[in-house]
Design a protein around this ligand. Sequence first.
Ligand SMILES: *Cc1c(COP(=O)(O)O)cnc(C)c1O
Length: 416
Amino acid sequence: MQAANVTLGIPNFNTMNTQDYIELEQQYGADNYHPLNVVITKGEGVWVWDIEGKKYLDFLSAYSALNQGHCHPKILQAMIKQAQEITLTSRAFRNDQLGRFYQKLSQISGLPKVLPMNSGAEAVETAIKAIRKWAYKVKGIPENQAEIIVCSNNFSGRTISLISFSTEEQYQDGFGPLTTGFKVIPFGDAQALEKAITPNTAAFLVEPIQGEGGIIVPPHGFLKQAEQICRRHNVLLVFDEIQTGLGRTGKMFAHQYEDVQPDGITVGKALSGGFYPISAFISTEEVMGVFQPGDHGSTFGGNPLAAAIGIAALDVIISEELPEKALKLGEYFIEELQLIASSYIKEVRGKGLLIGMELYPEAGGARRFCKALAKEGLLAKETRDNVIRFAPPLVISQDEINWALEKIERVLTTTC
Ligand SMILES: *Cc1c(COP(=O)(O)O)cnc(C)c1O
């Protein structure tokens, strides 16, 4: 049996080691990621295990999709229960889960209308379609002239239209022709926003804190000023809260730090607690009102399995008070990180448990520190070249943070 496998080139899965898994992926997979060479096979709460049995604290949380921790038992139960009833109806018919999911999202966001999609990128695409249609049908901008203002260093996903307004050269390189209709201003600059607005401006689309851009927190007051400017010019204010939302930054949504009322929000990532791709665009009656039957859709968007998982994932965030936990533990964690005496560290910044440690370029890049942290049993990932992101599941305890602090201090003070 084994001999036959060898001649066919099929690996024996029972005896595969880390290198075998890496080679198998490399042989058949596209090379569009640069992962650390840890092959994970199990997760529970803040911990994951690799195939060799080594245990790690997960400090990335799948880019904040795991705010509730790995394999949360309540979400798992909801998923199993729903999967035994019905998983997909398509929106050609109604299902008995979707309405309650809408209601929950509306209650936590304060916005009345929800449009469910799957990936985060699709939620932002949906926001852009809504914004444009609102521009023509409600604001009265001439056909095909609508402009959306975004910020440099943004991240909204990888579709053609979303990379069209990225300021990362690599994200666009080789993918043209790009989508037009976007204008870029510096992040955090309210004056630049006001200057960039023309009669054809439909919306300002912005992350309240830039996640992929390196955990960049704008000056306090920027979001409020942006709101006032948008109101003055009849421009929609839409927040991409896919990474910052659902408790990550110490509030349910990061824009609540400035008591701002947006016209729309995109959510994704932790909306399923890591079980399933679920995203949504949430907005006012006026904005969502532009969609008529047939204007937009998705085969899997709003399916009963996703809705049931989404309800459970939101229930966990609320009942376990994850925003409050992130606020309290985040403050402690940032303060302790700032006390680490390492000549490599330029700055530690963030809100709640979305924390970036920026290293000086002389430190030789964040990646080698992430590799050293993995050896110590702590999985973190570099964002941009010089920032290490610390974003553990929000179910983390203070003891676990202390455990991590010890490892982080050791790596930052002994790596040469
Ligand atoms: C991750 C992310 C997206 C894209 O989500 P995908 O599910 O990867 O498509 C969009 N916006 C922000 C702010 C993100 O962090």
